[in-house]
Ligand binder design. Structure first.
Ligand code: HEC
Length: 147
């Protein structure tokens, strides 16, 4: 009973966080659209979203002049949001019991889950601009904490 209540509270928190992020992205876009006669084509919308999305990411992920970020840096910027506290059913960082059956499926399977997304975890763990190598380093870092 208590744990059921807990997880619905967590889902509520995640929903609110997602809503805030969406508002932060959509609000400046609606401001931008006011000046120009918008054609409303899909390509146009994408090109307007891209720079905003990139700025949003760079606020969180510190990219050091094109060098790949370490697994630890990626974890601290992106993955910690869910895995530190075990939000929405995420296996908690360092929780050996929670990680053991997942680690047993193999590094390739885990990387595939993160790349494609799994249940509450978005594709690339939400870090849309992460390279494959950075993603793999983050998975290694995260699973390494539970070995
Ligand atoms: C929005 C929350 C969220 C974020 C951010 C997130 N994860 Fe997850 N992650 C989850 C959840 C929830 C699961 C459990 C999915 C399931 O098995 O139902 C999970 C599971 C995993 C698994 C196990 C997959 C499997 O096949 O069992 C790995 C590995 C993982 N995450 C790595 C990462 C990495 C690396 C990052 C950062 C790049 C990250 N996660 C960011 C929520 C998140």
């Amino acid at each position: 009973m208590a744990s059921k209540q807990n997880s619905s509270q967590m889902i509520l928190v995640v929903t609110i966080v997602v809503a805030i992020v969406l508002i932060a992205i959509i609000w400046p876009l609606s401001m931008m659209g006011k000046g120009s006669a918008s054609s409303g084509s899909g390509d146009d919308a994408e090109s307007r979203i891209m720079p905003v999305a990139r700025v949003e990411m760079q606020k969180v992920v510190v990219k050091s002049d094109g060098k790949p970020r370490t697994g630890e840096a990626v974890y601290n910027a992106v993955c910690t949001a869910c895995h530190a506290a075990g939000v929405a059913g995420a296996p908690k960082t360092g929780d050996k019991a929670a990680w053991a059956p997942r680690i047993a499926t193999g590094a390739a399977a885990l990387l595939a889950s993160v790349t494609n997304g799994k249940n509450a975890m978005p594709p690339r763990g939400g870090g849309a601009d992460l390279t494959d190598a950075e993603l793999k380093a983050a998975v290694d870092y995260l699973t390494g904490k539970a070995k």
